[in-house]
Design a protein around this ligand. Structure first.
Ligand code: SF4
Length: 276
């Protein structure tokens, strides 16, 4: 079982007493203090194992911010994007909750955490306390902050919420998502500034040509080399049943192209249980 304390009010802060914002904005409506950088909309804060990427299996505290500038149809954190819910927490409150857990790794995730000004303050304060920080981002926004691992997940064309795959409407977000999902300059800045991994959610073999195009463009724009070992392929799927259909194919594609395969440990172990 994930090591969660269900009595902890911050274990899942998307409960009935939290702010619910169903507007289609990037972020939940911010307060003045959020724009000043001292508060963040937090959807969930919990302790588990990192499930994906180079640090898969490492015990970590997860701070999941609410709000995203994209709308992938398969989003596995629906209540940070399509229907964002959150509690508005000060950086001090977040740090206190992080300190409740015996971990030295903190994963700042979303949603898209980089849309929030306050994320820099949070990362600075975590660094001051000696935490290793991973930021999970879609790679459309660069910020200068103390980040130990930038886990960058560019969104492919197969993520676009066309009318037939829209989980909520009739494709109203498709054009904006398609226009905004790739920013080569931001991806190159992230790759140059931080130890990073480029992590692609793969739905099938058709995705590989686009992945190779994006990797080539980022390599051309970046100053530092991006080895194939920093390019990760991850199967799409948020349940064991879904992963059973994609896991082997994506692993074979990684081997075929010389990229790295990443499992989804939290799905393999806990299926689709919340807070994992
Ligand atoms: S970028 Fe991430 S958080 Fe945003 S909609 Fe896509 S999968 Fe969800």
């Amino acid at each position: 079982m994930p090591v969660n304390d269900d009595t902890d009010p911050l274990r899942n802060v998307a409960g009935d007493d939290t702010t619910r914002d169903t507007a289609s904005d990037d972020a939940p409506r911010d307060t003045a203090s959020d724009s000043a950088g001292e508060q963040l909309p937090v959807n969930e804060l919990f302790y588990s194992l990192q499930g994906e990427g180079k640090l898969a299996g490492v015990p970590s505290v997860f701070v999941r911010t609410s709000g995203c500038n994209l709308r992938c149809w398969f989003c596995d954190s629906y209540h940070t994007s399509w229907e964002p819910t959150h509690a508005q927490l000060s950086v001090d409150e977040i740090l206190a909750s992080v300190a409740d857990h015996d971990a030295d790794h903190v994963v700042v995730t979303g949603g898209e955490p980089m849309i929030h000004d306050g994320i820099v303050t949070l990362l600075e304060r975590l660094a001051d306390r000696g935490y290793h920080t991973t930021v999970e981002t879609n790679g459309t926004i660069y910020r200068d902050a103390p980040i130990d691992l930038a886990s960058v997940s560019p969104k492919l064309g197969s993520s676009t919420p066309t009318a037939d795959r829209d989980p909520k409407g009739d494709g109203e977000w498709a054009e904006r998502h398609e226009n905004d999902r790739i920013d080569i300059d931001a991806l190159a800045q992230l790759a140059d500034a931080y130890e990073s991994q480029l992590k692609f959610v793969v739905t099938g073999g058709d995705d590989l040509s686009e992945i190779e195009q994006i990797v080539d463009r980022v390599r051309a724009a970046a100053n530092d080399p991006i080895p194939d070992g920093d390019v990760l392929l991850m199967p799409e799927g948020t349940t064991r049943t879904e992963l059973d259909e994609t896991r082997q194919r994506v692993a074979e594609l990684a081997a075929e192209h010389g990229y790295r395969y990443t499992p989804r440990v939290h799905v393999d172990v806990w299926n689709d249980a919340p807070g994992t």
